[in-house]
Design a protein around this ligand. Structure first.
Ligand code: WTA
Length: 626
């Protein structure tokens, strides 16, 4: 094998769920649909499927058609009648020191109580519920309670602003919103309920708001619309069993908004059956789950990583998950290492941006903790540069823990390119396509490029956890993913495959920017920029950043007569933070007289990027003549 390679130790290979990666990969490649049918058979179904894959109306693929199931049956219900009844499902630690643990039995009780409450508010199968909660156990309960009733959850990251929340609530026509009074962030209260009140001013679909008390400050409660959760669960309606609704495998489980290259966010639709099978199997094989594991995924359930590998994946496997409300550096940069030691975390899954930021504090913060419980590490969200990979592997994993760099997307639902622990690893590469998947690297015309050359990444096999469509936007679904290269799923990433078949993802090839692993569309940032009263035109690009991966650089044209001062630049930055989310705040705002555009008026971000990086601007022949 070429380049820097880390070979797994014999004990890791011998103990792995998949000791021979290549053998299973070959078997799955020969019969991908059969591979997935076998995985699905490891779970419980109310009614079996007639067809594993129905591709008769591609790209609207269907999996396990005719089957009846509910993800909650496999994630919770089946465990309480089996050996996992008293096993811990969730260990939770709050930023302020609060903590709680839930066995599978207790988790089921909480989910049933929440589901009874939600049902009492008239929510039925197919209705949408927006969840806007911090990382507290009620977030798990709320997601699972919706799924149990067959309602479609739409989790909105509790760092989004009122406008962003408003758009997502209205686009999904949610009937109910579940939130908290506030969230703890670095010792401060982030006023969630206030944001909700602002967001819901023109949201006719929302009939009720459930408010979990978390931070305890005074909030305004609308007597008709808003209800404290602790009051509701004390009512008789919350008591008693709540039956898990039998769903069609293809019924929607959730929608999750994510950024695209153009226009409004995309509402990705995932289903009960296929998503369940994909998440279950990838979690088991890649994280090599064992009965005694304590697994920590640092992602927020507001993003797909939290959905698949903090909430659903561990539960589907009967595992113990750990969730921490806070961030890595508050009050000190050893917070995470302290938690790993105290709770005996065995599998630790995080993002390169966090690793890069923690690396900068030096090894001493890590070395004062005993991290010997760890046995496997994971990375997600953006390419992990080899330097960060080596630090994570050496300083955190002591060169004994396999490091699984997992490539996937909100759309893919589950891992698509990743190693398994028995496979040799190359720092910076996400490994190989997951079992049953295959990739190609194409040029603009759809021709495969030679090994080692960069091109556009496509997935060539359908997979169970794939998105089914964009909510109420079937055409945009086809257009976004299947129209450039018919029959192949366009990921929107640039990548290359080396001679050993290892995939090296370079980054987005479209107008999506990954900032600290968060996905943002230039279109969203630009619309926040132009909503500032003095900004008439704007363009946003991503520039390489040592810690964040990419940082947003904004170009703005302002009204004539207004002075472009530093203060104004700062005000515009803050405006984007307030309009969209603090994570979307540009690092820099540059005032310009005009923006380079094509004759049809499209902003040429490529030119702006080349200019900002001092590179050759390339072909300018389509540039508008001034
Ligand atoms: C990027 C996050 C390189 C990629 C799960 C993709 C990665 C986008 C990796 C999806 C990785 C995610 N290596 N790049 N291991 N994981 N990405 O929807 O650009 O928030 O298209 O899903 O993140 O972002 P999303």
């Amino acid at each position: 094998m070429q380049g820097e390679v880390w070979y797994p130790s014999d004990d890791v290979v011998a103990a792995a769920v998949v000791p021979d990666h290549d053998a299973l990969a070959a078997a799955a490649a020969a019969d991908p649909v059969g591979f997935w049918a076998d995985r699905a058979n490891e779970l419980e179904w109310f009614e079996p499927w007639e067809k594993t894959l129905d591709d008769s109306n591609a790209p609207f693929f269907k999996w396990f058609t005719g089957a009846r199931t509910n993800i909650v049956h496999n994630a919770v219900d089946r465990h309480i009648s089996g050996p996992h009844k008293n096993k811990l499902a969730l260990i939770w630690v709050g930023e302020n020191g609060d903590h709680a643990t839930y066995s599978y039995f207790a988790l089921n009780r909480e989910v049933e109580r929440m589901a009874n409450v939600i049902r009492s508010m008239g929510v039925r199968k197919g209705d949408r519920v927006t969840i806007y909660l911090p990382r507290i156990p009620e977030l798990h309960f709320a997601m699972l309670a919706c799924a149990k009733l067959g309602a479609v959850h739409s989790v909105v990251f509790a760092g989004y602003s009122a406008d962003a929340l408003h758009d997502r609530v209205n686009a999904s026509e949610s009937k109910l919103l579940i939130t908290a009074d506030g969230a703890w962030i670095n010792g401060q209260v982030f006023p969630l309920k206030g944001i909700v009140d602002e967001a819901l001013r023109f949201s006719p679909s929302v009939e009720n708001v459930i408010v979990v008390r978390r931070t305890g400050q005074d909030v305004t409660m609308d007597a008709l619309r808003d209800h404290w959760y602790h009051d509701l669960v004390a009512l008789p309606i919350a008591k008693g069993r709540c039956e898990t609704v039998k769903m069609d495998a293809e019924d929607p489980l959730f929608i999750l908004y994510t950024s695209g290259s153009t226009g409004k966010p995309k509402a990705i639709v995932h289903t009960h059956g296929g998503y369940m099978v994909g998440v279950y199997a990838t979690m088991k094989y890649v994280f090599d789950l064992r009965e005694e594991d304590r697994y920590w995924c640092t992602a927020d359930p507001g993003w797909i990583t939290g959905h698949s590998y903090l909430v659903y994946g561990p539960l589907l496997n009967g595992a113990t998950a750990f969730m921490y409300e806070g961030g890595p550096t508050y009050p000190y940069p050893n917070k995470w290492w302290q938690l790993i030691e105290y709770y005996g975390i065995t599998i630790f899954y995080t993002a390169p941006t966090a690793i890069r930021s923690l690396m900068r504090f030096g090894d001493a913060w890590v070395n004062r903790h005993d991290l010997s419980s760890l046995r496997l590490l994971g990375s997600v969200g953006e390419p992990i540069n080899p330097e960060a990979w080596r630090w994570f592997h050496r300083v955190i994993g002591k060169e004994r823990c396999p490091l699984m760099d997992t490539w996937w997307q909100t759309e893919t639902g589950a891992f698509q390119i990743c190693p398994t622990p028995s496979m040799p690893l190359k720092p910076g590469s996400a490994g190989k396509p997951f079992f049953g998947q295959a990739v190609e690297i194409l040029d603009e015309e759809g021709r495969p490029v030679p090994a080692g050359q960069e091109g556009l990444l496509v997935l060539t096999n359908p997979w169970p956890a794939m998105l089914r469509t964009l909510y109420r936007e079937d055409e945009r679904y086809v257009e976004s993913y299947w129209s450039k290269f018919p029959g192949k799923y366009l990921a929107g990433d640039a990548a290359r495959v080396d001679e050993d078949g290892y995939v090296w993802v370079i980054g987005r090839s479209d107008d999506v920017i990954k900032v600290s692993g968060h996905r943002l569309g230039t279109a969203e940032v630009e619309s926040a920029l132009v909503s500032h009263p003095v900004v008439t035109e704007a363009a946003a690009i991503g520039l390489p950043h040592e810690v964040k991966g990419n940082a947003i650089h904004a170009f703005v044209v302002i009204k004539p007569g207004i002075e472009p001062t530093l203060e104004l630049g700062e005000q515009i930055r803050q405006h984007v933070g307030a309009q969209l989310s603090p994570i979307a705040k540009p690092d820099t705002v540059e005032f310009v007289y005009s923006l380079p555009k094509t004759r049809s008026g499209k902003i040429m971000r490529r030119v702006l990027k080349a200019r900002a990086l001092g590179q050759d601007e390339g072909d300018l022949s389509t540039l508008e003549a001034d």
